[in-house]
Design a binder for this molecule. Sequence first.
Ligand SMILES: Cc1cc2nc3c(=O)[nH]c(=O)nc-3n(C[C@H](O)[C@H](O)[C@H](O)COP(=O)(O)OP(=O)(O)OC[C@H]3O[C@@H](n4cnc5c(N)ncnc54)[C@H](O)[C@@H]3O)c2cc1C
Length: 381
Amino acid sequence: MSENSKAELLIIGGGVIGLSIAYHCAEAGVDVVLLEKGEFGTATTSQTARAFRTYFPRKPYDTELAVRSFADFRSFAGKMGFDPGLEKLGLLTVLTGEKQAEELIADLPAHREAGGELEVLTAAQACELNPWLDPDTIEAAIWSPQTYRVKPEVLVRGYAEAADKLGARALSGVTVTELDASTGRVGTTSGEFTAEAIVIAAGPWSGDVAGLAGLDLPVWGQFAELLHTDPLIAEGRVETPFTFHPVSGLKTMGLGKSFLVGLERISKQHGMRDIWFQAAVDELPKWYPQLENPTLHSAWTGTLDVTPTRSALLGRGEGEHERLLFAAGFTGHGIAQAPAAGQLVRDVYLGREPAVDLTPYSLETVRAKAAENDGQTFVLR
Ligand SMILES: Cc1cc2nc3c(=O)[nH]c(=O)nc-3n(C[C@H](O)[C@H](O)[C@H](O)COP(=O)(O)OP(=O)(O)OC[C@H]3O[C@@H](n4cnc5c(N)ncnc54)[C@H](O)[C@@H]3O)c2cc1C
């Protein structure tokens, strides 16, 4: 075995998460090898709606991870030499029932404590921001200005080049096929590697990769599709904020003259595409009366990285899996949390106290949620 195939830390997966980890660890002086089966950043990282947000209703811990990442996004161009192209978007979370409004508004102090900038709006104020909404369907809204369009491909390039300059060896076109957690031996299509510790950052495939070492990591890949409406205006661009209806999981934002439409649906069941497509057609006019009988078209499809908690798995295995670290299953917000994820994995590897409490991201927490959902293959928001 050549010296080249040995490392202190070996990262599996060259999406935005793996590359952020590679950069942050190399910056801390760790000898890093990263293995990517395809090309860097061309899997889930290339399929996003390109939105960065810092508000995650009912999850102040996810808000905190994104707020920590926001600081890095703002300094990214200066530090890495690549401009991630932050373009102001804003997130409007529309509350449609009294109980829901009470609950989510009561939860705001925890999000503000985590650094989230959040303002409660009336129905009229919400409609000023998104005039396509119907005030009669709105109880209140939550406005989060810390929401931007971002360029994931720039993050990927920035992290990859900076990690390379710091001595990390990131290899594309190498598929991991074997993983021995007890010895740190990693079998690949390009020979064998060994490392003191191994990070599983393989996006939706993380469960399969962990399975090579006999570790049950509850992450799965789910079909995802973004849709768009017919043009809504004759000239210019639809300039509405990222607008979210938690009651149904409906998400919209401007896409040229149209709306880009997503519907947050989580299921392990296959063949849901047509059902979800119809659900999006049904949901839109409920909240946007001008879009009666909307014609929707497929914008693009992808594979979502899902866990049962719909938050990431971040941490280290136990017992025979102690050598394995994981950062996977960001369930639709991996771009927003990539900088913080890289820092947290670096700290876990180095045995430093992580900057945030990792309990919500632990294997124990996610497995407990998986057990709660047992037998329930179709979970709606
Ligand atoms: C339709 C859609 C819209 C989204 N919109 C947003 C958004 O607006 N904002 C946001 O923050 N997030 C969004 N997300 C989520 C975001 O894309 C992901 O959370 C994020 O890209 C995950 O990054 P990753 O590095 O973990 O995964 P990936 O980018 O999938 O990277 C994992 C890598 O591991 C590699 N790999 C897998 N198996 C092996 C193996 N055996 N050996 C070697 N390499 C391997 C894969 O080739 C892949 O490149 C969206 C996702 C989808 C599907």
